[in-house]
Design a protein around this ligand. Structure first.
Ligand SMILES: C[S@@+](CC[C@H](N)C(=O)[O-])C[C@H]1O[C@@H](n2cnc3c(N)ncnc32)[C@H](O)[C@@H]1O
Length: 180
C-alpha cells in the first residue's frame, strides 16, 4: 500500500464514529437525501449493489432498508468492523462487508452487480492511473448504474455554509437539482 493510502486508511480508522454521524449534520442530510433520491430515480428497483468506499455503512444501511442486497467494501479495517457491528445491532444483513482497496476488488465474487456507489475512493486516490484502475475494477462487475463522487461537489457547499450562512445553500441546492 502506498504512503497516501496509508494516510487515508489511518484517518478513517481514527474517525470512524465521526464518519458514521457525518450525514446527520444539517447540510449533510441534504447529501444523504439527494443521493438516495438519485438511487431511487436511476437505479434498478431491486438487486445487488456494491457500496465501494462505504465506510461505516451509512448508505449500506439505507440501501438494505430499501430492499437491496448490498456488498460494502472499504479500505479502513475499523470502518468495516464498525459496519459489521452496526448492521448486527440494527438486525440487517449485507451480502458481504469486506476490507479492500477499490483499485483491487479481487475479494469480490465475479458476479455482476446491478448498481454501485463509488463515493469516497475517487477523491482519495490522488493519481489518475489509480482512479482509472478503480473505475476499471468496478466496470469488470458490469453495474448497470454507478453513482460516483470525485472531488465531492458538496465541498463547494459546505465551506460557505460553515463560514457564512445557509443562504448560500438555499441558492445552490435548487440549481443542482435542476441540473440532475
Ligand atoms: C468520506 S468517506 C465516504 C463514506 C460513504 N461512501 C459516504 O459517502 O458517506 C470516504 C471513504 O472512502 C474510503 N476509501 C478511500 N480510499 C479508498 C480506496 N482506495 N479503496 C476503498 N475505500 C477507500 C475511506 O476509507 C472512507 O471510508
Amino acid at each position: 500500500m502506498g504512503a497516501m493510502s496509508e494516510v487515508v486508511r489511518s484517518y478513517y480508522d481514527r474517525e470512524v464514529e465521526r464518519e458514521w454521524g457525518r450525514l446527520d449534520r444539517p447540510y449533510r442530510r441534504l447529501e444523504l437525501v439527494t443521493t438516495l433520491q438519485l438511487v431511487s430515480r436511476y437505479f434498478p428497483v431491486q438487486g445487488h449493489l456494491a457500496d465501494i468506499g462505504g465506510g461505516p455503512g451509512r448508505y449500506t444501511v439505507e440501501l438494505l432498508r430499501r430492499g437491496f442486497r448490498v456488498t460494502l467494501v472499504d479500505l479502513s479495517p475499523r470502518a468495516v468492523a464498525f459496519a459489521q457491528a452496526k448492521l448486527a445491532e440494527l438486525g440487517l444483513e449485507a451480502e458481504a462487508i469486506l476490507c479492500a482497496d477499490a483499485r483491487d476488488l479481487a475479494v469480490l465474487p465475479p458476479e455482476a452487480f446491478d448498481g454501485a456507489l463509488l463515493m469516497g475512493p475517487l477523491y482519495h486516490i490522488v493519481d489518475e492511473a489509480g482512479r482509472a484502475q478503480a473505475l476499471a475494477e468496478l466496470g469488470r462487475r458490469h453495474p448497470e448504474r454507478v453513482l460516483a463522487t470525485n472531488v465531492e461537489y458538496w465541498a463547494a457547499v459546505v465551506k460557505p455554509v460553515n463560514d457564512e450562512s445557509d443562504a448560500f445553500l438555499c441558492l445552490v441546492m435548487p440549481l443542482r437539482l435542476q441540473e440532475e
